[in-house]
Each structure stands twice: as C-alpha cells, then as structure tokens.
Design a protein around this ligand. Structure first.
Ligand code: ADP
Ligand code: MG
Length: 355
C-alpha cells in the first residue's frame, strides 16, 4: 500500500531523515516511534506530499509522490502535528469546508459529513464552535477532517499528544476502529501508545532506523530475555546450588535473604521458553518450597530504552573519536581551556558515594 525507499531529507546541512525505507501493508497500523527530533514529522510530511525529500521515493498504492502527486494525495488523509483547525468555525461548518477543499462528490456530501461525525463521536457537538471544544474533541475534529473523502490511508502525527488519560483511551479506541477500513500510519514518542495500537513498529532516532519489525517481534528483542522472580523457603545457598546447575538459566542473582526466605531474580537463556516448570520441579526435587514465582516479559519500554542507550553510546564513542582527533590538533591555548574545564568538573565528582 505504501512504499518508502531510501528517504533522505536535509535541512541545510542538517540531516533530519537519513535513508529510511519501509513498507506498509494494507489494513495494518504502522507505528513510527522515536524521541523528539527523531524525524517523525519530517517523514510524515514527505509521505503525505507536503514537503519534497532530498532524495528517495514514496509510492502510494502505485502512485509515485512527486510524479503522480494528485492521485497519490487523494489516497491519504492527514492529521498533521498541528491540526489545521479554524477555531471560529462550527464543527459541521468546518467539515463541510474541508470536504469542499478536498472536492468530494457534491451529492452525498451531507451524508458523508454525518457519517464521519458519527464515526468520530462528534454528532453531539456538530453545532459547537471548535474553539469551545476540549482538546480531545478538537483532536476528533482533526481525525474527522482526515477521514473526509474516505481515503484508504490515514496518517496521524502524534494524535494523542496533550490529551488527558481518558481522552487518550478514547482516541486510541477510535484509531483502532478505523483499522477495518483504512491503512494507518501513526507517530508517537510514547511507547505505550505504539504497543497498544500498532501492528508494526519503525523505531527511529536522529533520522535513522534503529529497529523495524512487528510489535510482537520487537517485544521479543529484549536482550535480557525472560525474567523470573522467585522466593523460596530456606537459606539461599541450597537453592543457589540447584539454580546453578539448570541449563535453562542464563544467569541469576540473589536479591534478598531474610526471615528464612531467599529471593532470586532469574534470567532465562531462551526468552521464548517458559522455564517455570523446570525450575519448580528441580527445586521440589531438592525439597525446597517455592513461596512465590513471577514471570515478567520485557516491555517495549525496556527495548526502546535499550536501543536509545545503544544509540547514545555509539554517538558518544563517535564524539570521543572526533574529540581525540581535535585534541591532537589543538594548540596550547586550547589545552589551557580544557584544563580549566576539567578542574571545574572535578567539583561535581562525588567522592565516597558508595557505602
Ligand atoms: P519529530 O517529529 O520526530 O520530533 P521532526 O521531523 O520534527 O522530528 O524534526 C527532525 C529534525 O529536523 C529536528 O532536528 C528538527 O529540529 C529538524 N527540523 C524539522 N523541521 C525543520 C525545518 N523546517 N527546518 C530546519 N530543521 C528542521
Ligand atoms: Mg513531530
């Protein structure tokens, strides 16, 4: 349905989008996840034909953006980061205005607007001024205008930003309900948003793709695998002896030992395998009673933080390499500067912070 190939966008010297490629299948909800400044809005503005890429191509249902632009744009309904709402218009009046702009068929227009208002839960506020609506309702109006003309693809840039928790759930439910008739791309810097709504995730940072897979697979990517917290009766060393010899365990650590109980955190070797059975049998063979056992899967958040951390480390390594290079070339005056710097940094060093 959507093909994005080697998309690159430079603003002056700044590379905002760096060689991004992906495909979106019909009927899927595709999530663009990344921190602020990652290049999500830029990517969406290119896909929707609002701005041109520096290089690369976007094909929408066979129409090449930039060549077959009108046809390509007709396939897309877009809710941009700042929705183009007119506060002094009534909801219905505004939607009628947008329908005319989109040149939707004149006959059936009234019915279409009514349908769209019904789907987005706006019927009751049809005759209210947009400026008097809550943020959640304003966002519904934004989504409603994207739906006009019944485009196959809906693109939503951070659709729940600034909403309260209840409104977020309402908008998410609305987005999910659109899936049956539309292909959707959604951006967010919030992980739970993506994992709750999207089938596929494209994670970007600093304009680059850092991960791309189904939401399900991304969740499996966690390096630390499946975690298990157990508490057993008795002293730690006896249980430790058992855990040490189990092949399904990657590593384990003693968390606490008190009141005749010992608690361990266990990491499985294979994140897919359920190791609870093996552990409980082994412990009961050794006549050790398990008091508590909790399995926890990695959340998308862990994975996201892992990936961002990796990016940051890479960046720091690069920066250090550049710095080392510059240091070689530095003259005496600059060296003096850096000495002053490192002295002032010393003030921040905490000494004897560890017990
Ligand atoms: P996101 O939506 O993920 O927060 P954006 O696509 O808005 O990220 O921005 C990506 C990068 O490009 C940022 O560093 C931003 O400052 C820069 N940028 C965005 N728009 C422009 C512009 N019109 N001119 C110059 N730089 C821009
Ligand atoms: Mg943005």
């Amino acid at each position: 349905m959507i093909q994005v190939k080697n998309l690159t966008k430079k603003y002056g010297n700044h590379l905002a989008v760096d060689d991004i490629s992906f495909q979106v299948k019909k009927g899927h909800i595709y999530g663009l996840l990344g921190p602020n400044g990652a290049g999500k809005s830029t990517t969406m503005n290119i896909i929707t034909g609002y701005i041109a890429p520096t290089s690369g191509s976007v094909t929408i249902d066979g129409h090449i953006m930039g060549q077959d632009t009108l046809e390509a744009k007709k396939c897309i309904g877009y809710l941009s980061e700042i929705p183009p709402l007119y506060p002094d218009m009534f909801v219905k009046e505004y939607l009628d205005f947008v329908a005319k702009l989109k040149k939707t068929a004149k006959e059936g227009r009234v019915k279409e607007i009514e349908d769209v208002m019904e789907r987005t839960g706006l019927t009751d506020v049809a005759n209210r001024l947009i400026k008097n609506l809550s943020k959640g309702y304003k966002q519904r109006v934004g989504i409603a205008q994207a739906l006009l003309g019944n485009p196959q693809i809906i693109i939503l840039d951070e659709p729940t930003v600034g909403l309260d928790p209840e409104q977020i759930i309402e908008i998410r439910t609305l987005i999910k309900s659109l899936k049956k008739d539309h292909t959707i791309i959604l951006s967010s810097h919030i992980l739970s948003e993506i994992s709750a709504v999207c089938d596929d995730v494209l994670m970007i940072a600093k304009g680059k793709v850092v991960a791309m897979d189904t939401t399900e697979n991304i969740l499996k990517m966690n390096k630390s695998g499946q975690n298990l917290a157990i508490t057993v009766k008795g002293n730690a060393s006896k249980a430790s002896e058992v855990l040490k010899n189990l092949k399904c365990i990657e590593s384990y650590e003693l968390v606490s030992e008190k009141d005749g109980q010992a608690s361990f955190n266990i990491i499985a070797k294979d994140s897919e395998e359920d190791i609870r059975e093996e552990i409980s049998f082994a412990l009961s063979d050794a006549r050790i009673l398990i008091i508590e056992m909790n399995a926890s899967k990695a959340s998308l958040e862990d994975v996201y933080l892992d990936i961002l951390q990796d990016c940051r480390e890479e960046e720091e390594a690069e920066a250090e390499a550049v710095e080392a290079d510059n240091d070689d070339k530095a003259d005496d005056a600059e060296e003096m500067d850096s000495i002053v710097w490192s002295e002032s940094e010393d003030d921040d060093v905490e000494e004897g912070g560890e017990e």
